[in-house]
Design a protein around this ligand. Structure first.
Ligand SMILES: [Cu+2]
Length: 262
């Protein structure tokens, strides 16, 4: 056997055996974080990562902070999403997943509920305060084809504005799906607290065929304004996830989400 050929043969065997390893079943992997935005101030470099492009709705995000030598910066950090709308500005709901400090790798996982898209109405930044510096990171917020955020005014007091984000199902299937929504209220332009005391009723509805489905479980509060239940889609197509939100037994609002899957 010529040396070149045997070298190639060994190479093929190595490739074949490593491919075999990849075929082993792997647990469900959450899509990896990718970088979508960055900014630097005075040697502090900030990156914002997400599992998909930032959108109107509940975004799971990752902050990474490094110095100019690529060493991670650690310690306390404050994050403030801000939308500048020319005549006014406002923040958005924010959730720190594991507290408010950068870990040893200089990163921090958090979630933001962007409440409007970027565009003619205004522009968004995610403002990061670390080491007594403020780094404003411009971000572009897209409007998804099927809205993952809806809002309503409290029918009882006639003024409180609530926002409901659909977190899942991300990939709806025929059958019973895990349903997760999160509820916030706009207390002021800067304060968007989670609402933890709603009770919910759920009715999925197929508008085009005018029917619902059995075996649904209305979402109940699980913490931090998140509510979990089950939604059963008996066929593919267009569905509305219709919710009734009640506080102290009184109906506050009837938000719904349109979804479509094949
Ligand atoms: Cu706005």
């Amino acid at each position: 056997m010529k040396p070149l050929f045997s070298f190639l043969l060994i190479g093929l065997i190595v490739i074949a055996s490593s491919c075999g390893d990849d075929d082993e079943p792997t647990p469900d992997v959450v899509s990896p974080f990718q970088e979508w935005a960055s900014a630097s101030v005075d040697g502090i470099n900030v990156k914002l990562l997400g599992q998909e492009r930032f959108f109107v709705g509940y975004n799971t995000m990752m902050l990474e902070v490094f110095d100019n030598n690529d060493n991670p910066i650690t310690g306390e950090v404050k994050i403030t999403p801000m939308m500048d709308m020319m005549t006014m500005s406002h923040s958005a709901p924010l959730e720190y997943t594991h507290g408010q400090a950068l870990n040893a790798g200089g990163s921090l996982e958090f979630a933001t509920v962007f409440v409007m898209p970027s565009g003619e109405m205004g522009t968004w930044t995610v403002n990061v305060e670390v080491l007594d510096k403020m780094i404003e990171v411009p971000v572009e917020i897209l409007q998804p084809e099927y809205s993952k955020l809806t809002s309503f005014v409290d029918q009882v007091d006639g003024s409180t504005k609530y926002f409901v984000a659909m977190i899942g199902p991300k990939d709806p299937q025929v059958g019973v799906n895990d349903l997760e929504v999160a509820v916030y209220k706009r207390q002021s332009m800067m304060e968007w607290p989670a609402v933890t005391n709603m009770t919910m009723e759920l009715e999925p509805w197929m508008v085009s065929m005018d029917h619902g489905s059995p075996n649904n479980v209305a979402p109940v509060h699980t913490g931090n304004g998140h509510y979990s239940g089950k939604v059963n889609f008996t066929m593919t197509g267009d569905w509305q996830i219709r919710l009734d939100l009640l506080q102290n037994g009184e109906l506050c609002g009837e938000p719904y989400f349109d979804i479509f899957f094949q």
